[in-house]
Design a protein around this ligand. Structure first.
Ligand SMILES: Nc1ncnc2c1ncn2[C@@H]1O[C@H](COP(=O)(O)OP(=O)(O)OP(=O)(O)O)[C@@H](O)[C@H]1O
Ligand SMILES: O=c1ccn([C@@H]2O[C@H](COP(=O)(O)O)[C@@H](O)[C@H]2O)c(=O)[nH]1
Length: 237
């Protein structure tokens, strides 16, 4: 079967990285994510990854607890750096070349984000991990995924999360919610569907970059998507 998407931006949920634990990185979950990436890497897909930080810190939650919001956001971005380091290490452990780049300057830890270098890594078959989100507070890693996806000319943003698509309402709160198989950007924005923030939806819409939201826990889902099969929810123009 031919691959449908040659270059993708994969957004991995930070929150999902906890697995069944209450905080941090669950080793088994991380290895399962790596196994999914390995399957599509073996098909020749060029893979760039943005990983969230919800398993460690979210600026909004820290802000609600009384911390200065921007400070909380920088802590959230640093959380994504930790997740990116763990992912880079786990990929290398299974023989997949991976390079993480940071949107915040921490040169002793990660090389900085340099777009031409990232593009070269992708052409060389290396998995590129974009750490520290956009590098700016008041954004999210979903927006970083949209931004980097557009910058590298990805054909699609694949958001791997804890639910298996976009629903009429949060399926964790509303048992009667039903899943869309596809939805337009305008509808997703106007209905305030909180699976992704409006900034990310708007950026992808303006750049004509489709998004597919799918379950990170469903075995083989990522591979089926790159082979063109129907999974989760497609967000389109
Ligand atoms: N209409 C909706 N359809 C699907 N999921 C929804 C909807 N509204 C809210 N959600 C929630 O959005 C969550 C996914 O978004 P969220 O940004 O919180 O997580 P993530 O991107 O997977 O994690 P992280 O930010 O740590 O990377 C789902 O787990 C789901 O409970
Ligand atoms: O560009 C960005 C990206 C992220 N943040 C902060 O990091 C946390 C974790 O990211 P998630 O997307 O929620 O997983 C986020 O809550 C923000 O606080 C940021 O400030 N800028």
């Amino acid at each position: 079967m031919p691959i449908k998407h040659k270059r993708i931006l994969l957004k991995l949920s930070g929150e999902a990285l906890m697995g069944d634990t209450a905080y941090g990185i669950d080793r088994g979950t991380l290895q399962a994510m790596v196994a999914d990436i390995a399957e599509i890497h073996a098909l020749g897909v060029e893979v760039a990854v943005v990983i969230g930080g919800g398993n460690i810190f979210r600026g909004m939650a820290l802000g609600a607890a009384g911390m200065d919001r921007a400070t909380g956001d920088y802590m959230g971005m640093l959380a994504t750096v930790m997740n990116s380091l763990a992912l880079q290490d786990a990929l290398k452990n299974v023989g997949i070349p991976a390079r993480a780049q940071s949107a915040l300057k921490i040169e002793q830890v990660l090389e900085p984000y340099i777009r031409p270098k990232a593009l070269r890594y992708l052409e060389e078959g290396k998995v590129v991990i974009f750490a520290a989100g956009t590098g700016n507070p008041f954004f999210t890693t979903d927006t970083a995924a949209a931004l980097r996806g557009a910058e590298i000319g990805a054909e699609i943003v694949l958001k791997a999360t804890k639910v298996d698509g976009i629903y009429t309402a949060d399926p964790k709160k509303d048992p009667n919610a039903t899943r869309y198989s596809s939805i337009s950007f305008d509808e997703a924005i106007s209905k305030n569907l909180a699976v992704m923030d409006a900034t990310a939806f708007a950026l992808c819409r303006d750049q004509k970059l489709p998004i597919r939201v799918f379950s990170i826990v469903k075995p083989g889902a990522l591979k089926r998507i790159v082979l063109g099969e129907d999974e989760g929810t497609l967000v389109h123009i």
